[in-house]
Design a binder for this molecule. Sequence first.
Ligand SMILES: [Zn+2]
Length: 351
Amino acid sequence: MPEKIRFEKHLRESTFRNPLTNNELDTQELEIRRDPLTGAQSVFNPRLEDKVAMFYGRSDPALIEKLARDSETRCFLCGDRWREMTPQYPEDLIPGGRIRVGQAVLFPNIFPAAQVHAVIRVGDTHYVPLGQFDARIIEEALQAALQFSRHLADTSIAVPYLTINGNYLGPAGASIAHPHFQVVGGDLPFTALETLLDRSRAYYRQHGTCYWSDLVKAEQAGAARFIGSTGPVQWLSAFSPQGSNEVVGILPERSNFLDMDEADSEGLAQGLAKVLHGYAEMGISTFNFTIFSGILGRQDETFRSFIRIISRQNVYENYRTDDYFLQKLLRNELILTTPEALAGKLRPCFS
Ligand SMILES: [Zn+2]
């Protein structure tokens, strides 16, 4: 079978006189990778491999605890405060105004950044270290999100493009410590989603198969980046990551949120918890994730739902951002831990 998925690497060199080595000529090797679907680039300099601490600093647990304690007294997700302090959807969209599943509560964002922008309270605990995220609590939140997507499908509001997302702690963009997810969507696809859908269709036209199913098969066979599975969800590290320590979990049989059942939300929740536990062991204190969906309710052989999880800068005083011109404007990512090494670190969490 001809190779449909190409894991493209470009090896380059950069030469200069290095004061660290007596001003002798120093040639450093660079490995530039391209995402097999989108072509998005990332770069790895092996000399930076042991410089992770220099880039990400050390998480400061005492500072995190202090920030959490200070914000807990005015947190609108703690205790029963959400009942008084959070907005509600109109009755014809969500009967009762909010969706509740166990400790999860879904309600509208008071300052929406999309036509549909819901916030989900994830558990009743104000601050949860990454190593203590509980799969059942995450699952409740994901079930609330999927229920919400089914409500949207039943109404006249046209929201074909929907995503489930998370920011955790300040360096990842969260404005509150309390764990929360966000569901955002509308009738225009988000930039990254549009690229993924377009490129997935182009791949299907060219090869007659689904890129995402092919990717799972290729990574399972290749093994270097395959991490494990949780129920129907297949987990791997991204060949050319779009963020630090990127992990992808693919649902090989599901193209959009309306296809998903409880086994899917359970598998996603279990895997997300395992990745966060692995991040915690690596000293990481923050994360972002997005769960991508094809067009709601449309059977689409070209696309599969998947989650992309990345870590962000660690929490410490006066931390430096991890997103500079390279990522934000040039849209290339810097690799400090190779995807293959990352898969090796996370595999024990999945066994
Ligand atoms: Zn709280």
